[in-house]
Ligand binder design. Structure first.
Ligand SMILES: [Zn+2]
Length: 114
């Protein structure tokens, strides 16, 4: 039987600035490069580097060697940083007068979506 991934509501977006909460990169901050909603994961710039060994493949012009790249980390292991108050925060939602739904900082009520 295949394990079901429980889907949580993805509150992170590309270009959010986040801080890593757990693991060897705890405390590191970076920008979200990619969001993978179906796996509840994000790729954060400079965080979770893994070494990937690649085999040379001259036909496809791929050089062999070790490439380092960011690995996806679980969304629950990062916290969004509020641009208004600068703190780690939780995301809330608010509907603006013009009908737009935006994410807000639960600490200072600042709008996270610019
Ligand atoms: Zn805030």
């Amino acid at each position: 039987m295949q394990a079901q991934v429980e889907r949580i509501r993805m509150k992170l977006r590309k270009n959010d600035t986040v801080e890593v909460l757990t693991g060897k990169d705890a405390g590191k901050r970076g920008k979200v490069l990619k969001v993978i909603p179906e796996r509840n994961r994000v790729i954060v710039q400079g965080v979770g580097f893994v070494k990937k060994h690649t085999r040379p493949n001259p036909q496809r012009n791929i050089k062999g060697g070790i490439a380092e790249r960011e690995a996806p980390i679980h969304a629950s292991n990062v916290a969004i940083l509020c641009g208004e108050c600068g703190k780690r925060t939780r995301v809330g939602f608010k509907r603006l007068e013009d009908g737009r739904k935006v994410r807000i900082c639960r600490k200072c009520e600042g709008v996270l979506d610019k």
